[in-house]
Design a protein around this ligand. Sequence first.
Ligand SMILES: [Zn+2]
Ligand SMILES: [Zn+2]
Length: 164
Amino acid sequence: MFAMLSSRPTVSPSSAELLDRASERCKAHGALLTPIRRDVLGLLYETENGLKAYDLLAKVKELRSNATPPTVYRALDFLIEQGLVHKIERINQFVACRHDSHRFPGLFMVCRRCGKVSELHDHALMAALTQSILRAGHELDCHELEISSICPDCRQAGQGTHGV
Ligand SMILES: [Zn+2]
Ligand SMILES: [Zn+2]
């Protein structure tokens, strides 16, 4: 009965499974997925395109009324450090990483019109880019690459208004 009254956020079974995997991954690194970190990550797993810092704070507050921005930001820093969350600097948005590991940075398309974020999974492209940068004598040093784009929905909407 008490279990039913638990304040644990209700996440979908797939998110719960991801959270358990994330917890194992942290343990393997000698780190701990504390309840607040777990809540923040759970919210991001539930939101495919991620959340802006402001919206994330509001949602965390619904789960934990005593949560303050610094505690949420510290949890985010930890999750980014562990490779569990990507930060899209351009629009200050946080997206859960759904990969087991990253050999290459994530490539994110950020719609210039609606701000929607989608991750492009193109291993060959990222391998080529990494190599190309190495050939230029540099080493790629980022976890996320952001590209300004126009999403399918906005492209279609644009076509409707311009009649092309
Ligand atoms: Zn990722
Ligand atoms: Zn769009």
